[in-house]
Design a protein around this ligand. Structure first.
Ligand code: ATP
Ligand code: MG
Length: 238
């Protein structure tokens, strides 16, 4: 059995019988921080959605911690330890920050760990502590993204998947968010980060995967990819 946490093999998947992913293979080890980079429509979001069982696959396999994900319906995926922060900032506008976080723990409402878990999230994002009673819809885009990430962490995932969390945010907020991701990783959580901002992604992740038209075009350590002439030209504009 593989020592990897997530193993995607030969994955083909897409919409309305037209595949977007064409034989994608990748692995994420326990506690590893991997980024997926690639241009618009490369299939990055589709990859995360397929792992979350939201998009049907036409062939290939996905295993998580030795479990065959394809045998599970989407609603069983989070309990296995996979959290997915989708593209866009999906928070409940009319609910407080605290109630938004609690929705992340919906399946364990009686869990005595919840207060401690919330403390960890507030330590990671001190602004959320200050604004715990504030209506989420009245917060800035960056703060809403922190709520979305915090909510995903409520289930103490072993793999945190994030789809362009820094999209549309001011550079300072992006730095804050990425600093939090580095801390989450340091705490032992594996991260699969999808980013169009290649520079940023390769500065926080330890390994990178370049997706081009639904295929893995390149992969390697973040340091190696930053020096790769193809990455420099096509994705870093150097
Ligand atoms: N719900 C959907 N129904 C049909 N086609 C879709 C759907 N979502 C995405 N696609 C198509 O799948 C392809 C890959 O899209 P995807 O969103 O995975 O790319 P991406 O790499 O995440 O792009 P971006 O950087 O713009 O977020 C695109 O051609 C897109 O038009
Ligand atoms: Mg996308």
């Amino acid at each position: 059995m593989s020592a990897d946490l997530l193993v995607v093999s030969g994955l083909a998947a897409g919409y309305d019988r037209a595949d977007v992913l064409h034989g994608v293979s990748l692995a994420v080890g326990p506690g590893e921080f991997v980024c997926v980079i690639g241009a618009n429509t490369a299939g990055k979001s589709t990859l995360l959605r397929t792992i979350s069982r939201l998009v049907p696959r036409s062939s290939g396999a996905i295993a998580f911690d030795g479990h065959d994900l394809m045998r599970l319906p989407a609603h069983r995926v989070p309990a296995l330890g996979i959290a997915h922060v989708p593209e866009g900032r999906h928070v409940f506008f009319d609910m407080s920050v605290e109630d938004n976080l609690l929705t992340g723990a919906f399946s364990r409402r009686q869990d005595p760990e919840i207060p401690a878990r919330m403390e960890e999230i507030f330590a990671l994002f001190p602004r959320l502590r200050e604004r715990r009673a504030q209506r989420a819809g009245s917060m800035s885009g960056g703060e809403q993204q922190m709520v979305a990430v915090g909510r995903a962490l409520m289930l103490k995932p072993r793999l945190l998947m994030l789809d362009e969390p820094s999209h549309g945010l001011a550079p300072m907020v992006v730095e804050e968010l990425h600093a939090a991701l580095v801390k989450i990783h340091a705490g032992g959580t594996a991260i699969l980060l999808v980013e169009q901002n290649t520079q940023l992604a390769l500065s926080v992740a330890t390994r990178g995967i370049v997706l081009e038209s639904g295929r893995v075009a390149l992969e390697g350590s973040a340091a190696a990819l930053r020096e790769d002439p193809r990455v420099r030209e096509a994705y870093l504009g150097l």
